[in-house]
Design a protein around this ligand. Structure first.
Ligand code: FAD
Length: 384
C-alpha cells in the first residue's frame, strides 16, 4: 500500500495549514471566550474551495477525495477544533446527504450555495430520547396533501441556529420500524419550525450547537430527501464520513499538543535546565508521538479505503476510537507539561483539553465504537 500523497493532496494540506494560521488563529481565543460563530471564516473557507472538495466536477466542484478532506481537517483542527468541525461537516453532514439521496432538482437547488458558503446546513438525527440509539427517533412525518407535517424535537445539533436548512431524520411509517425512517429538508421560515442555541458548552464553544423544534411543521412534499426507509442508511453513511473526519481532526490536535510541548519543554527551565532534559518529560512526549503515529496511519488507511470505495465501517470505528483516546490523553499530557500556565487561555492547551470532550461523544461515543468493533469480531450485534 502506497500512502505517498499526491502533489494536489500536499498542496491542499499546505494551503489549509497556511489558511489556519492566517485566518483562524487570530480570532480563536476571542471566539472561544465569546462562544461566537464565524461566518467570515466560513466564507473564506468557501473561497479557498474547501467546501467544493467532494462535490463532483460536473456540478462545479473539485471532485477530490476523502484523503484531501482528512488532510484539510487535520490542519485546521491543529489550531481550532470548532472551525475544523464546521468545515468538515459542511461536506459530511450537509453536502453528502444531498449528493447521496437527493434528486437532480434538490442537488441543483442546494449544492451550489453550500459549496460556495452562501448557505449552511445541519443534520438532525439525535433527539432528547434518541442518542446512541438513533433508530428510536420519535419525530414523526405525516403526509397531508402536498405537504409533510413534522412533529418532534432534535437536540445537540451542530449548526442548529446558524443553518439555513436542516436535514431531519423522522419516522414516516412507525409500523415499519427502522424501515419507516426517512430524511426531510426543512428550510428556515417554514411554518412550525424553530430553534434555540445551547450555550455554555464545556468545549467546541465557537461551534454552534442547538435544538430544533417541529410543531405541526409543514414542508412541501418535494422536500422528502430520498426514499422512505432509506433515511437511516443515509444518516449512518454520513455519520461514518464524520467519524473518519473526527479521527483526522484528533491527529491534528495531538500533533499540536506534541509541537507545543516540545517547544515549551525546551524553553522552560527548572532545576537549572530545560524541563525537556528530564527523562520523564521525554517519555511523556515520546508516548504522544508514538500514539499519534499510529493515529495518523489509522486515519490515512481509512481515507485510502474510502477513496478506493472499500467498505470501512470497522476501520473507521477503530480510527475514531483510537485517535480520540490518544488525543484526549495528549491534551492532558500537554496541559501537565505546560504547568500552571496551561490553565490560562493564553496557551491553547486548556481549549484543546475542553474541546476533545465534544468529539468524544458525537459521531458515536467510545462505547458505540467498541460495539461496532466487537460486532465485527464476534458476529454478535450488541445493539439489538
Ligand atoms: C457538541 C455536540 C455536537 C453534536 N452534533 C450533532 C449533530 O450535528 N447531529 C446529531 O444528530 N447529533 C449531534 N450530537 C449528538 C451526539 O451524536 C449524541 O450526543 C451521541 O450520539 C450520544 O448520544 P447521547 O448524548 O444521548 O448519549 P447516550 O446515548 O444517552 O449515552 C450515554 C452513555 O451511555 C453509553 N451507552 C449508550 N448505549 C450503550 C450501549 N448499548 N452499550 C454501552 N454503552 C452505551 C454511551 O456510550 C454514553 O457513554 C452532538 C453532540 C454534541 C455533544
Amino acid at each position: 500500500m502506497d500512502f505517498t500523497l499526491t502533489k494536489e493532496q500536499e498542496m491542499f494540506r499546505d494551503m489549509a495549514k497556511e489558511f489556519a494560521e492566517r485566518e483562524v488563529v487570530p480570532s480563536v481565543q476571542e471566539r472561544d471566550r465569546e462562544e461566537r460563530f464565524f461566518p467570515e471564516i466560513m466564507q473564506k473557507m468557501a473561497n479557498q474551495g474547501f467546501f467544493a472538495i467532494k462535490v463532483p466536477q460536473e456540478m462545479g466542484g473539485l471532485g477530490l477525495d476523502w484523503t484531501t478532506m482528512g488532510l484539510v481537517a487535520e490542519q485546521i483542527a491543529a489550531v481550532d477544533f470548532s472551525v475544523a468541525l464546521t468545515f468538515y461537516i459542511q461536506t459530511s453532514l450537509e453536502i453528502m446527504p444531498i449528493l447521496i439521496a437527493g434528486t437532480e432538482e434538490q442537488k441543483k437547488k442546494f449544492i451550489p450555495d453550500l459549496m460556495t458558503g452562501k448557505k449552511i446546513g445541519c443534520l438532525a438525527a439525535v433527539e432528547p430520547n434518541a442518542g446512541s440509539d438513533a433508530t428510536s427517533v420519535q419525530t414523526t412525518a405525516v403526509p397531508d396533501g402536498n405537504e409533510w407535517v413534522l412533529n418532534g424535537n432534535k437536540s445537540w445539533i451542530t449548526n442548529a441556529t446558524v443553518s439555513d436548512y436542516s436535514v431531519v431524520l423522522a419516522q414516516a411509517d412507525k409500523s415499519k420500524g427502522t424501515k419507516g425512517i426517512a430524511t426531510f429538508i426543512v428550510e428556515n421560515g417554514m411554518p412550525g419550525y424553530s430553534k434555540t442555541k445551547i450555550s455554555h458548552k464545556l468545549g467546541c464553544r465557537s461551534s454552534d450547537t442547538g435544538q430544533l423544534f417541529f410543531r405541526d411543521c409543514r414542508i412541501p412534499k418535494d422536500n422528502l430527501l430520498g426514499a422512505i426507509g432509506k433515511g437511516m442508511a443515509t444518516a449512518l453513511q454520513c455519520i461514518e464520513f464524520t467519524r473518519f473526519g473526527i479521527s483526522c481532526m484528533a491527529v491534528g490536535v495531538t500533533q499540536a499538543c506534541i509541537d507545543a510541548s516540545i517547544k515549551y519543554a525546551l524553553e522552560r527551565k527548572q532545576f537549572g535546565r530545560p524541563i525537556g532534559s528530564n527523562q520523564l518529560i521525554q517519555e511523556q512526549i515520546a508516548d504522544m508521538i508514538v500514539g499519534n503515529e499510529a493515529s495518523r496511519w489509522l486515519s490515512y488507511h481509512v481515507a485510502y479505503m474510502k477513496d478506493q470505495g472499500i467498505t470501512s465501517t470497522r476501520e473507521t470505528g477503530i480510527a475514531k476510537y483510537h485517535n480520540m483516546d490518544v488525543a484526549m490523553k495528549a491534551t492532558r499530557t500537554a496541559l501537565e507539561i505546560h504547568g500552571a500556565y496551561a490553565l490560562t487561555d493564553d496557551f491553547p492547551m486548556e481549549r484543546f483539553y475542553r474541546d476533545m470532550t465534544g468529539p468524544l461523544i458525537f459521531g458515536g461515543t467510545a462505547n458505540v465504537q467498541r460495539l461496532v468493533i466487537g460486532r465485527f469480531a464476534l458476529g454478535i450485534d450488541a445493539f439489538r
